[in-house]
Design a protein around this ligand. Sequence first.
Ligand code: MSP
Length: 518
Amino acid sequence: MKKFYITTPIYYVNDVPHIGHLYTTVMADIMARWKRLNGFDVFFLTGTDEHGAKLINTIHSTDMDVLQSFCNKMSAKFKTTWDLLNISYTDFIRTTEYRHCITVNSIVESLFKKGFLFSKEYTGLYCVGCERFYTIKDLDENQCCVFHKNKLILQSEKNYFFKLSYFKDKLLERITNSKHKEYINIQPEERKKEIIGKLHLGLEDISLSRTRTNVNWGIPIPFDETQTVYVWIDALINYISGIGYSNDRNKFKHYWPVDIHFMAKDILWFHAVIWPAILMGLGYPLPKKIFSHGFFTLNGYKMSKSLNNVIYPQDLVNKYGVDATRYLIINIIPFNTDGNISYLDLTLKYNTDLANNLGNLFFRIIKMIEKYFNLDLPYVKKPNILLAQKISRYFKINFCNNINELKFQKALTILQQGLTFINKQIEIDSPWVLHKHNRTNINMCLSSYLQAIAVVALHILPFMPTVSQTIWKTICAKDNIDNVATKYFTNNNVIPEGGFLPIKGKISMINIIFPRLV
Ligand code: MSP
């Protein structure tokens, strides 16, 4: 089995999960589920980033026990939210865990031994929100952080520095040359260009530690107890501590390098430049793909707690339900741009795509089976899978390829077209006319709609796992949907000759899956 390793950023615990975090996490979950259905041995890692000045500032305490119990409480909120949203993560890493701390120790020690660290006095402008230093040219017209809109703090410390500048040409080569055996595929293209442009301007060495007197809430530098590891270096290492770097070497060797790191554009630099440089310093293979999406904004501002403009996942779940929330969140703005998010747009999309198209089509078919067959599966000598095959072929070329290229929004447009096609076929066949004159044909038609709906259920499985199971069970489709889907997707999307339905079966009448909202 080929492996596939997927990550989300590890989220700061100073904030409760909002739909910005959810966006990245659902995206990664869809890919994880998709790859599993395509026969891959998937490892999907998410987690929480728990050290640093930001946390001390949030809870106004430097007491280790207070900090740790706050982290426990907040980290649990992320877990609960991901469980609520059906996020199929393989492991959840926390940077205060022992397995992580010893990995950070060993990485910092190695970089030191290899001569990539040196100590230096440094003065710079620090944004606690971003947990990083900026230069004047990075700031907005009011000399504030472009993301947090706050004034920066002038800080002066003696720190250990990582020789990032040494890696400039190596990075440029690996980012630009797709033939390189360690090519890092940064997507989308526009952001990759920005990274390349910035790299050409020059690369400065970066501070890898903070003095303990300023930031005590961190992992101590193993060879200098007066310093703690800079929170970003600490955080990036989660990608290897979470797959067993220090406690299960075989697992680490099996899953590393990562196949896709998902994140938003705010932290692309850390992943596309600093992280690969550290890995090169250590002599480990580099990430294969780094995908950075845009921001959810409200009135033009990035949604974030510091700007007090957030929508919480629970709000959306209360209004739309879990599966619709997953569908809407990744479909409401294109991945590569920022986009305003409003309840009006979400409800419109919900009604158009889910209530009117998918939900209505499904209910319409079930209603006809109730009316004409008293909920028995229509009997056919040989299943008619022509419509199902048409849909399947259309999805294979369009829907599946788009998912592989991380174009989820395009894939879902194709899905909607498929549903419209089935709806049109029903209009053409007009079972309500056949019912009066032609019993054989009405059986054939309705059974073919069910086979087509089964194909739809297989394709929406990574996006809306619960609804997809409900559809599958309602139509009495054979076997467990996960097994059938894996067989189908790993076998070139071939529909079994006998279709997906048994010869006999009774449909259980269900409620409308996506009630229309006003
Ligand atoms: N802890 C660091 C990441 C370390 S990873 C080694 C961090 N944490 S964060 O809590 O601020 O999360 C940032 C990530 O959350 C973004 O990169 C993005 O994935 C997601 N988002 C947070 N707000 C968002 C929006 N408003 N819109 C879209 N995604 C957002 O940075």
